[in-house]
Ligand binder design. Structure first.
Ligand SMILES: Nc1ncnc2c1ncn2[C@@H]1O[C@H](COP(=O)(O)OP(=O)(O)O)[C@@H](O)[C@H]1O
Ligand SMILES: [Mg+2]
Length: 282
């Protein structure tokens, strides 16, 4: 466990024009994309997107509205099939896999606009995530056969409560998900994603709609998730304070293209980044 998450990490060059966190160098990257791209009609929504994410890296994907950030997440989770390029998740290509299969391979996400099963209880939402981590129906049914359905369900419930307690939400287990305050719904969405046991967690604008103290708490929670589960986290975010504070590697998109990659300091001082942000009204 990393005892000093705020200590400035070092990024070191890596083949394919990328960087990786120094502490992750001895392990293969959790995610690599090579010349990834997708067109919508005549629009190159994402083009030549090549990145590399270290095993326990917190990385940021930033850029003006419409830059293609959410589209990248949709590509990484196979919601969209790429027009060009490859995605390697934990060393395996995700080409041709379904959304559920890619989730099982180790990638989980939250959405820019919260997507919960709002008519289901908090714990049921988490159990949906847990169900996805099962290697296949056959295993689930064999467990059910061996121990009976009630035992399998009891274990799933215990795991769900355990996950909820990460955000101190265990007492809300039987509440209706849709009745939770906004911040709690955002946390529940993260818990549901974590329930699928990901190697990398994608967060699409997790601080959107949060006040400064909620954003600060979120920042600490993101670090705690990384340090507790030892996974990588990639986030899309407009809150530059959050991004610059916790992201180790940052990639900047503009009009679907990567215009800069590097540490927060590299990005802050990059003239192309400054132009992309200041040259547009957002
Ligand atoms: N399914 C789609 N069909 C057509 N155009 C799309 C689709 N999804 C995204 N786009 C377009 O791709 C561009 C990037 O969108 P998006 O990835 O949502 O941007 P960001 O998340 O950076 O704000 C926008 O011009 C958007 O209109
Ligand atoms: Mg978006």
């Amino acid at each position: 466990m990393n005892k000093s998450p705020n200590k400035k990490p070092k990024l070191v060059p890596y083949p394919s024009n990328s960087f990786v966190t120094e502490r992750d160098l001895d392990k293969p990257p959790v995610l690599e994309t090579v010349h990834l791209g997708i067109d919508f009609g005549g629009l190159n929504a994402v083009d030549d997107f090549s990145i590399l994410v270290g095993r326990t890296e917190i990385s940021g994907l930033i850029g003006p509205n419409g830059a293609g950030k959410t589209t990248v997440f949709n590509l990484l989770t196979n919601v969209y099939q790429p027009t060009r390029g490859n995605i390697m998740l934990d060393g395996y290509s995700t080409a041709g896999k379904t959304v559920a299969q890619v989730n099982k391979m180790g990638i989980a996400r939250t959405f820019q606009n919260i997507r919960l099963f709002s008519n289901m209880s908090v714990i049921e939402n988490v159990m949906v995530g847990l169900h996805n981590r099962m290697p296949g129906e056959s295993l689930l049914s064999s467990i059910t056969h061996l121990f009976g359905f009630s035992k399998a369900e009891k274990e799933a419930r215990e795991m769900a409560i355990d996950l909820l307690s990460f955000f101190n939400m265990q007492d809300l287990a039987s509440a209706n998900a849709g009745s939770l305050p906004y911040g709690a719904q955002r946390r529940l969405e993260i818990v549901r994603a974590l329930a699928t046991n990901p190697k990398i967690l994608l967060l699409d604008e997790p601080a959107a709609g949060m006040n400064p103290s909620e954003t600060h708490e979120l920042m600490e929670n993101i670090l705690r998730i990384r340090d507790t589960y030892n996974i990588a986290i990639m986030l899309i975010e407009h809150d530059m304070n959050l991004v610059m504070n916790i992201c180790e590697g940052i990639c900047v998109l503009d009009h679907g293209k990567v215009i800069a990659k590097g540490t927060p300091d590299d990005i802050r001082n990059d003239p192309k980044v400054i132009e992309a942000y200041l040259g547009k009204k957002r």
